[in-house]
Design a protein around this ligand. Structure first.
Ligand code: NAD
Length: 297
């Protein structure tokens, strides 16, 4: 068997197109564009790249992008003041503070200061709580993107065995909640799990969010499993390469022979994250304007 490659890039492009179309309708209905404010503190090179691509994608989707770049030595009080100002700004529907923050800033305090109704990253404890009890809020972009790919492929997930490897607040835990909400039987595996291969072997759905290059082997997988690979790992450069290859947490070449479908790295989950961020921002805009969120977003 050769697994079907789940094309996250194409799915994300479709989602961005739908968001763009609805963003246009939102602007005509309200006389203003939906707006996303992104706050970057310091000069972390990876964060700068992320913030730039979020800005570009927001503008391309016909939404307003407000960028706030602050020096690394910004105090917590200054940052909290900016968040307060953005909370009160009616042109701003979504607020994203790019993580990681410099070490002297308390990430939890900063995220906690964002209005939960503008927390389009879904990191605020109120939104984590809403997800846990099944209320509508904002769900972190990466796991929500994974869920969209899964339901697009599998439809009803009721009764399927799902194993999520990784228990972070931004990927593993919300992923498990979403799968549970969809009536899957969910196991969360992590660094202390005993006999991980045997746990993974049960799974109809495997979501790997660990951050270890090609850790999940073909032999661990059940025949016909659907595999979502969240990991992004750079291998050391091979001879003649300037940069090492990007790989996921799953041994793609091996898994392809056992799974029924699998997301590649790159081109699988990665492109979904920004597309879902745009989607969450537009959902926030509709809700903040007191309008019904259109179907299909
Ligand atoms: P994290 O470091 O916060 O969490 C990793 C989790 O893996 C932990 O819960 C830990 O218990 C578990 N783990 C570590 N070693 C393990 C082992 N040997 N066996 C089983 N479990 C083990 O990471 P994260 O933020 O959840 O991210 C995970 C991966 O996903 C990273 O590679 C990250 O780059 C990637 N990621 C990708 C996107 C995207 O847009 N595609 C978004 C977020 C994270």
């Amino acid at each position: 068997m050769t697994a079907e490659r789940i094309d996250g890039k194409a799915f994300a492009a479709g989602l961005r197109e739908r968001v763009g179309a609805h963003a246009g309708k939102f602007a005509s209905a309200t006389g203003r564009k939906a707006g996303l404010a992104v706050v970057l503190v310091g000069e972390d090179p990876a964060s700068q790249v992320y913030v730039r691509s979020k800005h570009k994608a927001t503008v391309e989707a016909g939404m307003e992008s407000f960028e706030h770049r602050l020096p690394a030595e910004t105090s917590e009080l200054e940052l909290l003041k900016l968040v307060e100002q953005l909370n009160a700004d009616e042109a701003v529907d979504g607020i994203l503070v790019q993580l990681p923050l410099p070490g002297h800033l308390d990430e939890q305090a900063v995220i906690g200061a964002i209005s939960p109704d503008k927390d389009v990253d879904g990191f605020h404890v109120t939104n984590a709580g809403r997800l846990a009890v099944g209320q509508s809020g904002f769900v972190p972009c990466t796991p929500l993107g994974c869920m969209m790919l899964l339901t697009d492929r599998l439809g009803d997930l009721s009764g399927l065995e799902a194993v999520v490897i990784g228990r972070s607040n931004i990927v593993g835990k919300p992923m498990a909640q979403l799968l549970l909400d969809a009536n899957a039987t969910v196991t969360i595996a992590h660094s202390r799990t005993k006999d991980l291969p045997a746990v993974v072997k049960r799974a109809d759905i495997v979501v790997a969010a660990v951050g270890r290059a090609e850790m999940v082997k073909a032999e661990w997988l059940k025949d016909g499993a659907t595999v979502i690979d969240v990991g992004i790992n750079r291998l050391p450069p091979a001879e003649g390469e300037e940069k090492g290859r990007l790989v996921g947490d799953v041994d793609y070449a091996g898994a392809e022979g056992v799974a029924s479908a699998i997301t590649p790295v790159p081109g699988g989950v990665g492109p979904m994250t920004i597309a879902v961020l745009l989607r969450n921002t537009l959902v926030a805009a509709y809700r903040n304007a007191g309008l019904e969120v259109p179907e299909g977003l």
